[in-house]
Design a protein around this ligand. Structure first.
Ligand code: NAD
Ligand code: DAU
Length: 357
């Protein structure tokens, strides 16, 4: 069938991966999606409730570092496209325990690149128009001062074990293009927010604590800046890169929504006050803001210049921050059991330990 793709999505049970799988099975109906996910603490089958296995979707529980399994999937499913999300993704965890980041983000990416090379570069390979899209982050570029933007030419300067592991995997992916002509494309995206984000990340964490009248931990002076993008806009950008992007190219993806953390926290509080009322004390939820010890090596500011993807591929974010954050808060309010299942499970110990001293 023309336009048919057999696409291996890694990490499809995580935040962005699940939103991406949902987009593909509804908007790209001729594509068969194979979701390979290890179901770490961040992987959640509840993120894909309603997506049935069948001709267009298959779930495989497994590790991207498992060479035999990955090679078997390439053969069995005749994979022609890889969208590689699977990673350890939380900066704080990379500071307290970097080993898993090295294993999954570097060794896992290497394992996938090797499997693609073996499968696609063999003489007898009849695979049509293959594409390996490596999903990466703006954090590889380091930290900005008060002005300026990250472009695709900005030199890498990763400063946390997480961003260093992602930068390593970007370099590996890029090296496979230059050395073996593997059809690699890389995307470097800014902070995502939206449905199904694990509640260790700023926005869902603040939502949950503010809803329940708990302290809202703001690191340092709260003036660090992130550039926020609604997750569905990110997923649509990835589809554009698969359809229209060029091999060997990187594309920065961002929402042009720079905000200080304190402002983000305040917006979440104000929206909740408006939707569910003030705290029992009569105080606004922003009164729960508590300044805590800063993250080690905390990058000060990220801001993406997304001119390349907009001018070359015609992608633009559809959602403003104001629309996206309201949609997000409405989703979390309507899906409180999704959050509670996580915060009352193993994650509870992690969170309590973080604030022990
Ligand atoms: P996430 O932590 O929510 O999900 C990661 C998923 O990967 C989980 O389902 C987990 O089970 C799976 N996984 C982890 N290790 C695995 C392994 N060894 N084998 C198979 N599966 C494994 O992450 P996310 O926030 O959805 O991020 C997805 C990707 O996007 C990551 O590569 C991240 O670096 C990148 N990214 C994230 C953001 C963001 O704001 N969240 C921004 C830019 C780029
Ligand atoms: O920029 C893209 C990156 O965005 C992705 O590559 C990462 O996978 C993703 O986790 C995210 O990283 P951040 O570290 O920016 O996201 P996080 O939600 O952890 O933190 C956002 C900002 O909020 C950051 O400056 C730290 C601050 N923060 C975070 C938490 C969890 C707080 O002030 N308090 C908190 O409790």
């Amino acid at each position: 069938m023309k336009n048919r793709r057999n696409i291996l999505v890694t990490g499809g049970c995580g935040f962005i991966g699940a939103n991406f799988v949902r987009l593909l099975v509804t908007a790209c109906k001729t594509w068969r999606v194979i979701n390979l996910d290890k179901l770490t603490y961040a992987g959640n089958l509840n993120n894909l409730v309603g997506i049935e296995e069948g001709e267009s979707y298959r779930f495989v529980k497994g590790d991207i570092c498992d060479k035999e399994l990955v090679e078997q999937l390439f053969r069995e499913e005749n994979i022609d496209t890889v969208v590689h999300f699977a990673a350890e993704s939380h900066v704080d965890r990379s500071i307290t325990g970097p080993a898993d980041f090295i294993q999954t983000n570097i060794v896992g990416t290497f394992t996938l690149l090797e499997a693609a090379r073996k499968s696609w570069m063999a003489e007898e390979s009849g695979v049509n128009n293959p594409c390996f899209l490596h999903v990466s982050t703006d954090e590889v570029y380091g930290s900005l001062g008060e002005t300026g933007f990250f472009t695709e030419e900005t030199p890498f300067d990763p400063r946390s074990p997480y961003s260093a592991s992602k930068a390593s995997s970007d370099h590996l992916a890029s090296a496979y293009f230059h050395t073996y002509e593997l059809p690699v494309r890389i995307t470097n995206c800014s902070n995502n927010y939206g449905p199904y984000q694990f509640p260790e990340k700023l926005i869902p964490l603040i939502f949950n604590n503010a809803l329940h009248g708990k302290p809202l931990p703001v690191y340092g002076d709260g003036k660090n800046v992130r550039d926020w993008l609604f997750v569905q806009d990110h997923c649509e950008a990835i589809v554009e890169v698969i359809k229209k992007g060029s091999n060997g190219h990187c594309y920065n993806i961002g929402g042009n929504n720079e905000k200080q953390n304190l402002d983000v926290v305040t917006v979440v509080c104000d929206l909740l006050d408006g939707k569910v009322g003030l705290l029992e004390s009569g105080n606004p939820r922003s009164s729960l803001i508590t300044y805590v010890k800063d993250r080690l090596g905390h990058d000060r500011r990220y801001a993406i210049d997304a001119t390349k993807i907009s001018s070359k591929l015609g992608w633009q974010p559809k959602m403003t921050f104001e629309q996206g954050i309201e949609k997000t808060i409405d989703w979390y309010l309507a899906n409180q059991s999704w959050v509670e299942d996580i915060v009352n499970g193993a994650y509870q110990n992690y969170y309590e330990n973080m604030y022990k001293d």
